[in-house]
Write a protein that binds this ligand. Sequence first.
Ligand SMILES: [Zn+2]
Length: 424
Amino acid sequence: MSIRLYNTLTRRTDLLPEPPGPVRMYFCGPTVYQRAHVGNARPFVVGMWLRRWLREGGYDATLVHNITDINDKIYEAAPGASAKLAADATEWYLEDTADLGLGMPDHLPKATEMVPEIVRFIEELIERDYAYAVDGDVYFRVPKDPGYGRLSGQRPDQVEEQEPNPLKEDARDFALWKANKPGEDTAWDSPWGRGRPGWHIECSVMAEELLGPVFEIHGGGLDLVFPHHENELAQSNALGHDFARIWAHNGMLQFTGEKMSKSLGNDVSLREAIDEYGKDTLLMLFLGAHWRKPMDFSEKTLQQATARAEGFREVFRNPSEPAAEGEWERLAAALDDDFNTPEALAIMHGWRDHELVRRGLELFGLAALAESAEAPAEVAELAGRRQQARADRNFEEADRLRAEIEAAGWVVRDADDGFQLVPR
Ligand SMILES: [Zn+2]
C-alpha cells in the first residue's frame, strides 16, 4: 500500500514511500494572540487524521505543529503584555484542540523556545552570503535564489514586496531578524543587537531541528503558500539541502450564504464552534469536505453534518448486518488516493456492519457515535411511566413526562415494542 497526496510544488499527486516510511510531517500552527478561529482547526484536524491513517497503514509517522508566539499581531493585541497573552492563548489553543478528541501532535514547539537555534541558522545564511544585516535587521537575499517563486508560481521579477524598508538591497528581500522597536516588550540578544526572529525562519528551523533537514510532508493553509512557505523553502535550500518533499495545502474555511445564527456572527472561534455544535458535528463537517477544497461553514452545512452524525448513531440502534467482502479496502483506496475523506464518508454511510462502522469512525475520532446510546436508568424509568400514562389515556401526564425526559437530554420515540430513547 502506498499513499499519494497532491503536492503544491510539483502540481500533481505524489507517492509517499512504502511503509514503514518514515513519514515526517510539519504542519504550520497558529499565531497565538486570541482564541483560535474555527478555520485554524483545519490544518490541525487534517494533520491528526493523516497521522492516524498513516499509522493504520503501518507507517512510522511523526507530526510537528508549531506555535508562533513571537509576532506583530501579538505585540499589537497586548501592548506591554505580549508574553502573557501569547502564553494564555497557547493554553487556549491546546485546550480547544484537545477537545476535538483526536490526540495531540508529537511535538508542539514554540518560537520563544528556539531562539538560539534560529540565531545559528541566520548566522549560517550570512556566512553563505544568502543574508545580510542592516541596522539591526537581517534580510534574506531573494535574488541569490534563482528558484524563488517556484512553490507559489510567481515569476521572480513579479514577486510582491514584503516588509518594505528602503535600506534593503532588493524590494523582494524578507526579514530573518528584526531589531527591537518601541512598544515590543519581548526581545532576545543576537550578533545584530536586541531583537526577535521574523516569522518564516522559525518554521525552517523547527522542521529541520525536529525532523531532519529533509522530511516528507509540509502542511498548512493555502493562505501560507506565499510568502510564508516560499520563504521557508528559500531559506532551507540556501543551506545547500532539500527541504519538504510534498507541500500539502489545505483549502480555507469560508462563511457562505446566510449569516450564522445566534450571537456568534461570522467570526467563530474553535471554542465557540465546539460549544455550540459539539465536536462530533464539527468533525463530521470537516470530514465531508476534501482537505484541499474550500469548506463552507454555514447553518446549512452544519445541519447536514448533524444529520450525518445522527445517521451513524442510528446504525447502532439497529441490528448489525454483515458487510460484503472488500468494503474496508474500498475505504482504504479512497483515503490512499489523496486522502479523499468525502468519498470515505460516502462509503461508510452505506455500511450497517457495526464492527466495520465503528472501526471507520474511530479513524476520525468519532467513536462516540458508535457508543450505542444507553439512557440512564432514571430516564428509562420516566419513559416507562410515560408509556403507562399513554396506555391510561392520561395524555397530560404523558406530555409532562416527555418534557422531563427532554430536559434530561433525551428524546422518547414510540416503537412497536414500547419505546426508544435517543440522545437529543
Ligand atoms: Zn510555518
